[in-house]
Ligand binder design. Sequence first.
Ligand code: LLP
Length: 425
Amino acid sequence: MALNDSIRYHKGALFIDALAVESIVSETATPVYIYSLGRVLENYRRLAAAFAPLNAKLHYSVKANGNLGIVSALINAGAGFDCVSGGEILRALTAGAAAADIVFAGVGKTEAEIAYALRQGVGWLNVENPGELQHIQAAAEASGREAVQVALRFNPQVAAKTEPAIATGHGAAKFGMTAAFVQRLLARQAAFPRVKIAGIHLHIGSQLGDIAATRSAIKKALELIRPHPHIKTINIGGGFPVAYQPGEKLPSLRGFARALEPLLRGYRVLLEPGRCIVADAGILVATVLYVKEQAERLFYIVDASMTELLRPALYGAYHEIVPLRQTEARRARAQVVGPVCESTDVLARERLLPRLQAGDRIAILTAGAYGMAMASNYNARPRPAEILVRGNRWWLGRRREAWADLLQYEEPLGMKKTLSGPELC
Ligand code: LLP
């Protein structure tokens, strides 16, 4: 089952930790994201334990779910952070992260973002373009930093078995630099006296169960840095997979760690896990608005859509859907669709579900990663609230947007003041 110890049925009602989901939702509107902080921390600890023999430092990938409550719980658990924009750095710092525990990654960092990262004192930059080194050198001079620690992101040109849309380590991907580029930069280190190339970074894909491809990419990275013994850090990225389908078999985190340990001995290891920390800790709860049967198809039109959870529309991703109350009702194949004016606004196709009626509530499972993080305001839909649960307590992590919130950045006849440029903080 895509259910787990934290999100499960108890006496016929769906619970999240010690609370009936219905009891929370009766006080909030739907759609709403609900996260189990206990599950987030358990996932974090399981990964940390699996990689403890490698002495790895975990940098949670904020892009998966940047909710401040989740980030601050992970700070307390000892996590560092992987941020891919000035906005994510600000988010992590606002939650209380130490700048030194932040890795700043991203294929297109602007000069303004680099300068901001250096002013704040982020611990590492993962470099993906030769031109970035010039910007980092200039920003280091401007901010008086003597030595900025960077890792070069290596594109090992391996094809990993994952969804094509989230594979990043093949030659045609925009991510990272090929071996020839990395070698050239390593040969030119002296041209960037304030930049200390101290690590190599790679990330070959997300939702990646392919241990063989990961090993082969790491081997290539190690070969590349062998002539440079001062490079002692390897950041192996994120990508650990989670089960979206009931019964899906995946390599265990321990299995991953054990397979990688012999390669990584003697190196300082960094990880950037996102999905495997938060995915199965979160659900998206929706209400059935209408039931429509036509052209031999059964449609459940619900109040959640591709604007709350884009993954099915964007990647054809599967998310398990369960009713909040277990029922003996006859099951039928149905399309679960949202109200958005797009044919791809389908959360589940031909899914066998118990018969539902208008007003019934459903939970879309394994929605904690890349759910709210990718939510949009398309069709002028306010983004939903996020609720955090800890044991038998819950609180609002982020309030639901109001219609008026959607209008705050514009005026019908243009803005009175012209903003001078991107404001980073
Ligand atoms: N490090 C780097 C350099 C990355 O590009 C990513 C994800 C991560 C770490 C974290 O990967 P994770 O542990 O979460 O797999 N929106 C897509 C996933 C995009 C992943 C982007 N990069 C989805 O919904 O499946």
